[in-house]
Design a binder for this molecule. Structure first.
Ligand code: SF4
Length: 266
């Protein structure tokens, strides 16, 4: 199932309707500074460091790469199978990193004997009880979100960890997490939703489950509004302070030219 909105587009849309429209219709116009790219890299490094604390984790992106619309289906297959121990195997222990790598080598590699569907079946069969997924995909209301770390509890509920490299819990982080909580909790039962950010010399984890659950009505309205924006023509939003806060918009050079794009939806 293809998606209309993603987490990044939603956050863009909260900042500016025109930026959202451009993200959908002409993202190649975006220009990022070197400082922004370095910040993205630092964020990825921090995220990898946190994921490394879950050696049994399975990374959905290892299998599906950029085919993000396929993430929810594989995520659902893995979560369903992990929650139902194989009667032939009893309840095997969680797979360690070495075992996980073996599965990846055997089943995600370039074996000429296995097609993509076969390989997915194989990994689902092998992973009877590992409980941690990286980049797990969920889709609801045409919105696709990929969760950094999803841990499935024995009762099937999920603990979600969203990793942010900053050292304070900003409102932007919360808005981002609120969208994810909205989507994921319409797909699975969420036990806790946690934001992980950078402490002085360790990870700081804050459980925001109740606060995020209270935002669902607002998010539903925002999504409806953003879908209208995407389906319409390019908004004539003037530049202003919103172009630099909370993030420096990558379309500033374009908007300064005063031209507008054609809509893909006519
Ligand atoms: S530069 Fe400003 S007006 Fe233009 S898309 Fe970005 S935030 Fe919106």
């Amino acid at each position: 199932m293809s998606h209309l909105l993603s987490k990044s587009k939603y956050i863009r849309g909260l900042q500016c309707d025109r930026a959202l429209w451009l993200d959908v219709h002409n993202p190649r116009l975006a220009k990022y500074t070197r400082e922004q790219m370095q910040r993205f890299d630092r964020g990825r490094e921090f995220e990898y460091a946190f994921k490394a604390t879950f050696p049994q984790g399975i990374d959905i992106s290892d299998e599906l790469k950029r085919n993000v619309d396929a993430y929810p289906e594989l995520t659902a297959q893995l979560l369903d199978r992990l929650h139902t121990p194989s009667p032939l195997r009893g309840t095997p222990p969680n797979l360690g990193g070495e075992q996980r790598d073996t599965i990846a080598d055997n089943n995600f590699g370039s074996s000429p004997k296995l097609g993509e569907g076969d390989r997915r079946e194989a990994v689902v069969e092998e992973c009877a009880t590992p409980v941690v997924l990286f980049e797990a995909g969920f889709i609801f209301d045409d919105v696709l979100v990929l969760a950094d770390v999803v841990k499935q509890n024995p009762d099937g509920t999920l603990d979600i960890y969203e990793v942010k490299s900053g050292n304070t819990l900003s409102e932007t982080y919360k808005r981002d997490a609120a969208l994810q909580h909205y989507v994921i909790s319409h797909c699975r039962e969420v036990h806790t939703f946690n934001i992980v950010y950078s402490g002085i010399d360790d990870f700081v984890t804050t459980d925001l489950t109740e606060e995020l659950a209270a935002c669902h009505d607002e998010i539903e309205k925002n999504i409806a509004t953003m879908k209208e924006i995407i389906r319409g023509g390019e908004p004539a939003t003037p530049t202003g302070q919103h172009c630099i806060e909370p993030y420096a918009c990558p379309y500033q050079h374009y908007c300064a030219q005063g031209v507008r794009q054609m809509s893909l939806f006519g």
